[in-house]
Design a binder for this molecule. Structure first.
Ligand code: C2E
Ligand code: MG
Ligand code: MG
Ligand code: MG
Length: 274
């Protein structure tokens, strides 16, 4: 009986595994195809200075329009792209696209603001990543080389192997912002040794902050930390005027979120550059 059960379990287990593997292969093939068929695009979410709402930059966010499925959220394919390693090619595409955008705006005579490109942990862990990014950014005209910024999440940066790559990037003058700050577990000693440019406070901390006393206290403590480390702060996911006002009153310099603007198609983003 035990044997039969064991066999039964295996026969139930295997098809599920096979099904998962097949799905995985299919999605990987689709992502590769998506690159070849140019199904990805970047949208640009404005980042603004709180005290005067002036535009200070954009965050580039990837979008995948798959003809059969429609728009697929990055939340649904980025983690998968990381598992299969295809994130490296997608990440290269995103960086090239953001660089091309910066150049296109400059060529049109527009005042260019920095574009922040999201970088995943798997990309940063690749040995040649930092050098390859530096090489590519250096191909831009000098006056545009500081217009590409990298966003790395707190959990990525806190991985032991990250510090080396981070140092190579920041020593080359590339600005790195810490994304989703407040959701992971920062090693504060390590944080003080990183030459970051900005901390992005995660949306989960910002949401309803005018009504959430606990979040207010955490936010104030993290702001003190940012000040001690001479880091400017971008509040993510600001959805209401009350949140924006509270953050401004606390001395948060910058914000991003639906209250100011949803991510924009490149043509709409361009209209903000005047
Ligand atoms: P993230 O880098 O933290 O980006 C912020 C996310 O919050 C974006 O979601 C943005 O559209 C959304 N957001 C902005 N303001 C608000 C707001 O006021 N309220 C709410 N509820 N959401 C807001 P999106 O575009 O779906 O991207 C999700 C995540 O996917 C990103 O989080 C990032 O981790 C990843 N991602 C997006 N593009 C790329 C990329 O090119 N490369 C990599 N490696 N990851 C990317
Ligand atoms: Mg980001
Ligand atoms: Mg974020
Ligand atoms: Mg996030």
């Amino acid at each position: 009986r035990g044997k039969a059960e064991g066999r039964g379990q295996i026969s139930v287990f295997q098809p599920a595994m096979a099904k998962y593997a097949v799905l995985q292969l299919a999605l990987e093939r689709e992502l590769r195809q998506a690159l070849a068929l140019q199904e990805f695009r970047l949208v640009y979410q404005p980042q603004i200075r709180l005290h005067d709402t002036q535009l200070i930059g954009f965050e580039a966010l990837i979008r995948w329009y798959q003809p059969q499925r429609g728009e697929v959220s990055p939340i649904d394919f980025i983690p998968f792209a990381e598992q299969t390693g295809i994130i490296a090619a997608i990440g290269d595409w995103a960086l090239d696209e953001a660089m091309a955008q910066v150049q296109a705006w400059a060529s049109a005579g527009l005042p260019v603001v920095p574009i922040a490109v999201n970088v995943s942990a798997l990309q940063l862990s690749q040995l040649d990543f930092a050098d390859s990014v530096i090489r590519r950014i250096r191909r831009l005209p000098i006056f545009l080389q500081d217009k590409i910024v990298l966003e790395l999440t707190e959990s990525t940066l806190m991985q032991a192997q990250s510090l080396q790559s981070l140092q190579v990037l920041t020593q080359a003058g590339i600005a790195v912002h810490m994304d989703d700050f407040g959701t992971g577990y920062s090693n504060l000693a390590l944080l003080s040794r990183m030459s970051l440019s900005k901390l992005k406070f995660d949306r989960s901390l910002i949401q309803n902050i005018p009504d959430n006393h606990a979040h207010q206290q955490v936010c104030r403590a993290l702001l003190d930390l940012a000040r001690a480390l001479h880091l400017e702060v971008v509040a993510e996911g600001v959805e209401t005027m009350a949140e924006a006002q509270w953050l401004n009153a606390q001395g948060v310099q910058y914000a991003q979120g639906y209250w100011f603007s949803h991510p924009l198609e490149k043509e709409q983003a361009q209209r903000l550059l005047v």
